[in-house]
Design a protein around this ligand. Structure first.
Ligand SMILES: [Cu+2]
Length: 271
């Protein structure tokens, strides 16, 4: 291969990679980005698109060039030349993918560290998944005490959270594997029931919703016949609105607990 051909091939590869990257980056892959974690995740995805486009272009250009350049001419029935190997080529096709994978791995590690960093003012939240509903418990809002004297907390079927405050979510599953996913927050985490040891697997994560609005929490792990109905409304609101909602719900649950003779922690708040 002459130097001129080589330069031309590289130019075609880069041009193709640029065109594919630009087209792919026009697509809004994940919809609205409404958490502090969404930005770094989306940027990581964009970088992966550009690198993938580059690898795809290198392979396609080399493939098409080889098919065209070394095709069998009409009437040519001879065998190909017995080639043993090409050390330079083999070193290149080992070193370049290794470098790309390392760069992506290190960058992903940095992003993961970043999105998992815990804020000092984070709010604890317990999320319980079961066939086929979600339950939310607020450890900062005590409602009463159970018969054993243990505190009971505000428990609701709709999730309300304050905007711009990091949530430290502890996930539990009561029966089978479920998965917590609010698409606009990007974070998706499986809820795995505790095994014989009583330990839940990988059950904690943080997320910081940074836009007010109403969202859907979706169970995104097939968990049985009612799986498609396993959704909960998520309301992200100002700290003040959130505080008012907590006060209202806490009062209602205290009342229903005393009406039923106390000790109930199974109150299911509505709004
Ligand atoms: Cu489920």
């Amino acid at each position: 291969m002459t130097r001129g051909t080589y330069v031309k091939l590289v130019a075609v590869m880069l041009a193709l990679a640029a065109v594919i990257s630009v087209l792919m980056l026009q697509i809004e892959w994940f919809g609205d980005a409404d958490s502090a974690q969404a930005g770094p995740i989306d940027t990581l995805f964009d970088v992966s698109i550009v690198l993938s486009s580059l690898v795809f272009s290198i392979v396609m250009v080399m493939l098409i060039y080889a098919i065209w350049k070394w095709r069998a001419r009409p009437g040519d029935e001879s065998d190909g030349a017995p080639i043993h190997g090409n050390t330079r080529l083999e070193v290149a096709w080992t070193a370049i993918p290794t470098a790309i994978v390392l760069v992506v791995a290190i960058y992903s590690w940095i992003v993961l560290n970043d999105i998992e960093a815990k804020a000092s003012d984070r709010m604890p939240l317990h999320v319980t998944a079961q066939q086929f509903k979600w339950t939310f418990e607020y450890p900062e809002a005590q409602v009463g005490k159970d018969s054993g004297g243990e505190p009971t907390y505000l428990t609701t079927s709709q999730l309300h959270v304050p905007v711009d405050r990091q949530l430290e979510v502890t996930l539990s599953a009561l029966d089978v594997v479920h998965s917590f996913w609010v698409p606009e927050w990007r974070i998706k985490r499986d809820a795995v029931p505790a095994g014989a040891s009583g330990d839940e697997i990988d059950d904690e994560f943080v997320v910081t919703p940074d836009k007010e609005g109403t969202y859907a929490l979706i169970c995104t792990e097939y968990c049985g016949t009612g799986h498609s109905t396993m959704r909960a409304t998520v309301v992200v609101e100002s700290q003040q609105e959130f505080d008012q909602w907590v006060a209202r719900e806490t009062r209602a649950q205290k009342q229903s607990a005393s009406a039923s003779g106390g000790g109930s922690s199974a109150g299911q708040g509505g709004t």
